[in-house]
Design a binder for this molecule. Structure first.
Ligand code: F6R
Length: 610
C-alpha cells in the first residue's frame, strides 16, 4: 500500500527520495509527493496524482534541492485521489508529515483542531497528525517531544515521519501498526516503509518495533519504546539483492517472477530438505518440542497465502496425521473461535505485514495457542518478529502485485512442515523418502511446466473477449483452481470463480454455456475418473473446456475441449506444478487485454490496513 521514504543528509536528497518511491511503486498507489527542507530552512512541497514518473518531471521542472526530505506514495483510503489529498501534509507551512495507516479517531480530532484554528486543506486522516504535532510544538515541545505526545492522541495505525521547518536537520518517526525501517548511512540516515526503497544507499537497517518513536539526524538515531524508555535496537545487514527491483529483461516483474520459480524453490529447499530431522534449525529454536506435541493446526492467512494454507491442509491431514483448519484472517479475528488443545497457529504471508494476519496472530496469542509459527518471505517483518517460530521462504523480493513465486515457495515450505510433523506421528519412512524424492524433482518439473508457455500464449487469445470463467479442481487441486481464478481476475479483470468440481451439479452447472470458459486442473491422481465425469457434465451442457492434464490422463482435444499437457509429477507435488501454467494463463490473457500487469487497478502489494 502507501510507501514512505525519508532522508537527512549533507547532500541533496531529492534523487534518493524519488528512487526510493520508484522502488515502492510495486506496492500500489494513486498519487505521490515529496517535501524538501533546504539549508535556509525553506520548505517546498510537490505532489502529483498518478505515477512517480509524473512527480519526477514536476520536481525537475519546479523542484528545489533539500538536505532533509520526506516522500510518499498514497493509496487512497480517506478522501479521493486528488493532489490536495496526496502526502506530505502540512500544518501552516511549518510541519510536514507522511503517513501510512489509518488514524481512526480523525473525525473528533479534526473537529477539535478546527476549533483551535487549524485549517484543513485535505479530506485525509493524515492531516490531523500534522496539526496535532504543530499544536504540541506551539506548547514549547521539541519535535521529538511533540511527536511523542502527539501519538498518544491517535487510535488506529500509523507509520509516520515528521519534519519541522524550524528544526531542519532531523526527522522524527513513529510506528504503530505500520512498518518503518531506519537505514543507516555515513553522515546521513534514512527511513522507509520497506527496506527495498533504501537498498541503493544502505544495507544496514534498524526495524522499528510497535510503539517506537525515533529521532533521526545525520549522525544519530535515538529510539524510544512504547513506554518512552530509550532503547537500542539491533542493526541488521540486509541480504536482499540490490537489483531485486530489476526486470532482468522480462517485460513484466510478474513474468520474471513466474520464471524465477525453479530457482527460488531450489533456494528454499537448499540445505533444508536433507536436514529435515533437525527441526529446530528449520523452524526456530524450540520447534522440535512444539511440533512433537501438536494435536491441531490452525492456519490463518489472506488471499493467495490463504490458498497455500488450503492446499497444505490436504497434506497435513493425510501425511502428517494432524487435524487442520484454515481460515481467512479477516474472519478469524472477528469471531469467537474454539482453541483445540495443543494447537499450533500457523500464519502465512509474503510480506509479513498484512494487517488482518498480524491482528489474527495477536489475537491467537491472547486465546492461548500453544505456539505460533509463521511462513513468511520477509525477514524482520512484523509477523516474523512476533511469532515464536518462523520458516523463511527464500523467494527474494516479489514486486508484481499478483503473488506467484511467493505462493509456490509457501507450498514448498508446507511440504517440509508436513514431513517434520509427520515424523512425530508415525509417517512411514518409505512414504517420507518418496515425498522427499518428489520435492527434489520440483524445480525441474516447474521448468518443464514453463515449457507450456507458447501453447498457453496462443490459447489466451480465446479468453480475451470473455467476461466470466469457471475454474474446477478436486482435492488439493481445488485450492489451486481458486488460486488460478484469483490470478485471472486480479490481472485481467475477467470474472473468475473456482469450484470443487464435485459441487458442479449443486449450482454452478446453471452457468455453463459457450461464453463461459471452464478451466479444469486434472493431474493423474485418484480423483481423475471422478473429474472426468465432471468434464462430461460440462460437455453435455455445451461448455468449452481447457483441461490442464497429466500426459497420462488420456484426455483428447476436440471441438469443445482443449488439452494442455503438463509433465507427469507425483500427486503430492502436483498442486505446485499445476499452479505455474495457470499463472501463465492469467499473464497472457492480461497482456492481450492490455491491463497493468504488475500493478493491477485498485490493488496494493502489502495490505497494511484493514
Ligand atoms: C494475490 C495476492 C494477495 C496476497 C494477500 C496476502 O495475488 O498477492 O491476495 O496474497 O494480500 O498478502 P501476504 O501474503 O503478504 O500476507
Amino acid at each position: 500500500m502507501c510507501g514512505i521514504v525519508g532522508a537527512v543528509a549533507e547532500r541533496n536528497v531529492v534523487e534518493i527520495l524519488l528512487e526510493g518511491l520508484k522502488r515502492l511503486e510495486y506496492r500500489g498507489y494513486d498519487s505521490a509527493g515529496v517535501a524538501l527542507l533546504n539549508d535556509e530552512g525553506d520548505l517546498k512541497r510537490i505532489r502529483e496524482v498518478g505515477k512517480v514518473r509524473k512527480l519526477t518531471e514536476a520536481v525537475e521542472r519546479d523542484g528545489a534541492p533539500g538536505s532533509t526530505g520526506i516522500a510518499h506514495t498514497r493509496w487512497a483510503t480517506h478522501g479521493g485521489v486528488t493532489e490536495e489529498n496526496a502526502h506530505p501534509h502540512f500544518s501552516s507551512e511549518r510541519v510536514a508529515v507522511v503517513h501510512n495507516g489509518i488514524i481512526e479517531n480523525y473525525v473528533p480530532l479534526r473537529k477539535s483542531l478546527s476549533s483551535q484554528g487549524y485549517t484543513f486543506t485535505s479530506d485525509t486522516d493524515t492531516e490531523t497528525i500534522a496539526h496535532v504535532v504543530h499544536s504540541m510544538l506551539d506548547n514549547g515541545n521539541s519535535l521529538l517531544e511533540a511527536v511523542k505526545k502527539a501519538v498518544t492522541h491517535f487510535t488506529g495505525a500509523y507509520g509516520t515521519v515528521v519534519i519541522d521547518k524550524a528544526d531542519p536537520d532531523k526527522m522524527v518517526v513513529a510506528r504503530s501498526g505500520s512498518p518503518l525501517v531506519i537505514g543507516l548511512g555515513l553522515g546521513e540516515n534514512f527511513v522507509a516503509s520497506d527496506q527495498l526503497a533504501l537498498l541503493p544507499v544502505t544495507r544496514r537497517f534498524i526495524f522499528l518495533e510497535e510503539g517506537d518513536v525515533a529521532e533521526v539526524t545525520r549522525r544519530t538515531v535515538t529510539i524510544y519504546d512504547k513506554s518512552g524508555e530509550r532503547v537500542e535496537r539491533e542493526v541488521v545487514e540486509s541480504t536482499i539483492e540490490h537489483d531485486a527491483g530489476d526486470k532482468a529483461g522480462y517485460r513484466h516483474y510478474m513474468l520474471k517472477e513466474i520464471y524465477e520459480q525453479p530457482a527460488v524453490i531450489r533456494n528454499t529447499l537448499q540445505d533444508r530438505i536433507d536436514n529435515l530431522h533437525n527441526v529446530d534449525t528449520l523452524f526456530g529454536h524450540g520447534a522440535e518440542n512444539i511440533l512433537k506435541q501438536v494435536n491441531h493446526i490452525q492456519i490463518i492467512a489472506c488471499g493467495t497465502s490463504y490458498h497455500a494454507g488450503m492446499t497444505a491442509r490436504y497434506w497435513l491431514e493425510e501425511y502428517a496425521g494432524v487435524s487442520c483448519s484454515v481460515e481467512i484472517a479477516s474472519e478469524f479475528r472477528y469471531r469467537k473461535s474454539v482453541v483445540h488443545e495443543n494447537s499450533l497457529l500457523v500464519t502465512i504471508s509474503q510480506s509479513g505485514e498484512t494487517a488482518d494476519t498480524l491482528a489474527a496472530l495477536r489475537l491467537a496469542k491472547e486465546l492461548g495457542y500453544m505456539s505460533a509459527l509463521t511462513i513468511c518471505n520477509v525477514p524482520g517483518s512484523s509477523l516474523v518478529r512476533e511469532s515464536d517460530l518462523a520458516f523463511m521462504t527464500l523467494a527474494g523480493a516479489e514486486i508484481g502485485v499478483a503473488s506467484t513465486k511467493a505462493f509456490t515457495t509457501q507450498l514448498t515450505a508446507f511440504l517440509m512442515l508436513t514431513l517434520s510433523i509427520g515424523k512425530f506421528n508415525g509417517l512411514h519412512e518409505e512414504t517420507e523418502q518418496k515425498i522427499i524424492r518428489a520435492i527434489k524433482t520440483l524445480p525441474g518439473k516447474i521448468e518443464e511446466a514453463l515449457g507450456t508457455a507458447g501453447v498457453i500464449e496462443n490459447l489466451a487469445e480465446e479468453f480475451a473477449d470473455k467476461h466470466h470463467s469457471l475454474f474446477l479442481g478436486r482435492g488439493a487441486q481445488y485450492p489451486i483452481a481458486m488460486e488460478g481464478a484469483l490470478k485471472l481476475k486480479e490481472i485481467s479483470y475477467i470474472h473468475a470463480e473456482a469450484y470443487a468440481s464435485g459441487e458442479l451439479k449443486h449450482g454452478p452447472l446453471a452457468l455453463i454455456d459457450e461464453e463461459m470458459p471452464v478451466i479444469v486442473v486434472a493431474p493423474n491422481d485418484e480423483l481423475l475418473e471422478k473429474l472426468k465425469s465432471n468434464v462430461e457434465e460440462v460437455r453435455a451442457r455445451g461448455g468449452i473446456m481447457y483441461v490442464f492434464a497429466d500426459v497420462d490422463a488420456h484426455f483428447e482435444s476436440d471441438d469443445t475441449l482443449r488439452v494442455i499437457n503438463i509433465p507427469h509429477c507425483e500427486d503430492i507435488t502436483a498442486p505446485i506444478v499445476y499452479t505455474v501454467p495457470l499463472q501463465l494463463l492469467s499473464y497472457y490473457v492480461a497482456l492481450i487485454k492490455g491491463t497493468d500487469v504488475d500493478q493491477p487497478r485498485n490493488l496494493a502489494k502489502s495490505v497494511t490496513v484493514e
